[in-house]
Design a protein around this ligand. Structure first.
Ligand code: UD1
Ligand code: CA
Length: 467
C-alpha cells in the first residue's frame, strides 16, 4: 500500500507579522514548507498532498520546482482537522498509511517519519503520534495520559487548565501517521468546541480512544527535530539547528571550516573533501564545490558549480561555472552564464556576465566582461571593459587566443579580436582587429619642457598679488 503524506500549509502565521505566508519564509535558502515535503519524500511517501489557503499562490510558487505534488485548497481556515477534511473532500477517501505533517515543522528527519509509519503498521494503529519534550512547552498541545500511562488525548495550550499547562511536559509534535481508511471514515466526528472554535486534528486521538481503536505514541529523543516555527525567533532557532546538522555532515565528509557557526550551506549543496570554507560564506541552491578548494571568506554562491582546487575569495556568484584551478576575487561578481575554464582568473573588482573565459586567461583587475567569448591565454589589462549594451540591444565580443589587451581598453561590441592581437593601453576599439595585429587608438603624447614649473610660479605670484 503506498504511503501518503499530507502537509498542512494553509495557515497565515500571524505570529510572524509578515506580508507573506509563514511557510514561504526561508530556512537556509529553502522555504519552510519545502523541508517537510522533502523529508516525506525521502521517507518513502509516494503521494504528497500540500494543503494551501492563505497566500496559496505564493506557497504553490515556493514549491514550483518540486515534481509530483498535489495541492488542495482550504479556502477557509477552520483548523488542522478541517484542513484534513478539505483533503478528503477534494481527493476522496484515502487508503494506506497517511502521514500528516505541518508546513512549519522543518527539522523532522526522514528516519523519524519512517519509524512512525513502521509503528503504525506493526500495531495496526488507527493513529500513531510523535511526541517530544521541548525545553519550553508553551504553545504546544500537551499529551494526556491515563493512570497506566496509556494515551488519552491531546489538549491544546489554549485549552489547558493552569495545572495542565504547568504540569505536562510531553508535547504533540504535529506529526502523525494515520490509517487512511479509518481517518476518512471518522474525520467528520471532530467538533469545534474549544477556545479557538477550530476543528483540531489532535482531537482524533481522543475520538479513537473512545471508539476502542488502537492509538499509540512515539517519544522523539531529539526535541530539536520537532521545533515548530511560529515566530521569527523560532525561525532563527530552527536555522541554527539545521546549520549545525548540515555543517557537521560536511565536516564528517572531509570539509574544513574555520568557524562552522559562520558558514551557511543549503540542503542541496555538495562540497568535496579537503575543501576549506572560511567565515561568512553562504552556499545556496544547487551549488556544488569540488575537492581541495578554498571558499570564502565573505562569499555567496548560488546555483554555481566549482571544480577542484579553486580559490574563491570574497566572491558573489550566481549560475556560474568554474572549472578546475580557477581563481576569483577578492571581490569578484560572477553573474549568470559566466564560465571560467581551467586555470582562468577573475580578479579583484571584476564583474563577468554571460561570458566564457578560456583556459589560463586572466581578467585580474577592475574589469567588466559581458557577452564575450574569450580564447585561452588572454590577458585583460586593468580597467578594461566590454561595452556590450547600446541602450537597446546587447552585442557580443569575441576575443581569440593569446590576445593581450592593454589597460583601460574599451571594446565596443559587436567586435572581434583575432588570435595573438595586441591592443595598446587606453584604446577604444570599435572595429575588428585581425590576428597578430596591433591596434592603437589614442592621441599623440605632447611634451612641453618646463611648463609645469612655470605654471606653478605663475599661480603663486597671482595669489600673492591678491593679498
Ligand atoms: C499545532 C498543534 C499542536 C502542536 C503544534 C506543534 C493543532 C490543533 N495543534 O499547534 O498540538 O503541539 O502544532 O507544532 O493541530 N494549518 C492549516 N489550516 C488550518 C490551520 C492550520 O493548514 O486551518 C496549518 C498551518 O499552516 C501550520 C500547521 O497547520 O503549518 C499548524 O498550525 P498552527 O496554527 O501553527 O498550529 P499550532 O498552534 O502551532
Ligand atoms: Ca505551529
Amino acid at each position: 500500500m503506498p504511503i501518503n503524506a499530507i502537509i498542512l500549509a494553509a495557515g497565515e502565521g500571524t505570529r510572524m507579522r509578515s506580508a507573506h505566508p509563514k511557510v514561504c519564509h526561508k530556512l537556509l535558502g529553502k522555504p519552510l514548507v519545502w523541508w517537510p515535503v522533502h523529508a516525506a519524500r525521502t521517507a518513502g511517501c509516494e503521494r504528497i498532498i500540500v494543503v494551501v489557503g492563505h497566500g496559496a499562490d505564493e506557497v504553490r510558487a515556493a514549491l514550483a520546482n518540486e515534481p509530483d505534488i498535489e495541492f488542495v485548497e482550504q479556502s477557509e481556515r477552520r483548523g488542522t482537522g478541517h484542513a484534513i477534511r478539505c483533503v478528503r473532500d477534494a481527493v476522496g477517501a484515502f487508503e494506506g498509511p497517511t502521514v500528516v505533517l505541518y508546513g512549519d515543522t522543518p527539522l523532522v528527519r526522514p528516519e523519524t517519519i519512517a519509524g512512525l509509519v513502521d509503528e503504525t503498521r506493526a500495531h495496526h494503529n488507527a493513529c500513531t503520534i510523535l511526541t517530544f519534550e521541548p525545553d519550553d512547552p508553551s504553545g504546544y498541545g500537551r499529551i494526556l495520559r491515563d493512570g497506566d500511562g496509556g494515551l488519552q488525548g491531546i489538549v491544546e495550550d489554549k485549552d489547558c487548565t493552569p495545572e495542565q499547562r504547568d504540569g505536562l511536559f510531553e508535547c504533540n509534535s504535529g506529526i502523525y501517521c494515520f490509517c487512511g481508511r479509518r481517518l476518512t471514515a471518522n474525520i467528520d466526528k471532530i467538533q469545534a468546541d474549544n477556545a479557538q472554535r477550530e476543528y483540531y486534528i489532535t482531537d482524533m486521538v481522543g475520538i479513537y480512544r473512545d471508539m476502542g481503536e488502537p492509538v499509540s505514541s512515539l517519544l522523539a529523543d531529539d526535541a530539536d527535530e520537532l521545533l515548530g516555527v511560529n515566530s521569527r525567533l523560532q525561525l532563527a532557532q530552527a536555522s541554527y539547528v539545521m546549520q549545525d546538522r548540515i555543517n557537521a555532515r560536511l565536516m564528517d565528509e572531509g570539509v574544513t571550516m574555520l568557524d562552522p557557526a559562520l558558514v551557511w550551506v543549503g540542503p542541496e549543496v555538495s562540497v568535496g573533501r579537503d575543501t576549506e570554507i572560511l567565515p561568512l560564506t553562504m552556499l545556496w541552491g544547487e551549488t556544488s564545490i569540488g575537492e581541495g578548494c578554498t571558499i570564502g571568506p565573505n562569499t555567496r554562491l548560488t546555483d554555481t558549480r566549482v571544480g577542484n582546487a579553486c580559490t574563491v575569495d570574497e566572491t558573489v556568484a550566481q549560475e556560474a561555472v568554474l572549472e578546475n584551478n580557477v581563481s576569483c576575487g577578492p571581490r569578484a561578481y560572477l553573474r549568470p552564464g559566466t564560465h571560467l575554464l581551467d586555470n582562468a582568473k577573475a580578479g579583484t573588482h571584476v564583474e563577468i556576465k554571460n561570458s566564457t573565459i578560456g583556459k589560463g586567461s586572466k581578467v585580474p583587475h577592475l574589469s567588466y566582461i559581458g557577452d564575450t567569448t574569450m580564447g585561452s591565454g588572454v590577458n585583460i589589462g586593468a580597467g578594461s571593459i566590454t561595452c556590450n549594451y547600446d541602450g537597446v540591444d546587447k552585442h557580443r565580443t569575441t576575443i581569440g587566443d593569446d590576445v593581450f589587451v592593454g589597460s583601460d581598453t574599451m571594446m565596443v561590441a559587436p567586435v572581434s579580436i583575432g588570435d595573438g592581437a595586441l591592443i595598446g593601453a587606453s584604446s577604444c576599439i570599435t572595429r575588428d582587429i585581425p590576428a597578430g595585429a596591433l591596434a592603437l587608438e589614442r592621441s599623440e603624447q605632447r611634451i612641453v619642457e618646463g611648463y609645469a614649473v612655470e605654471r606653478l610660479e605663475r599661480l603663486k605670484a597671482r595669489k600673492k598679488g591678491k593679498r
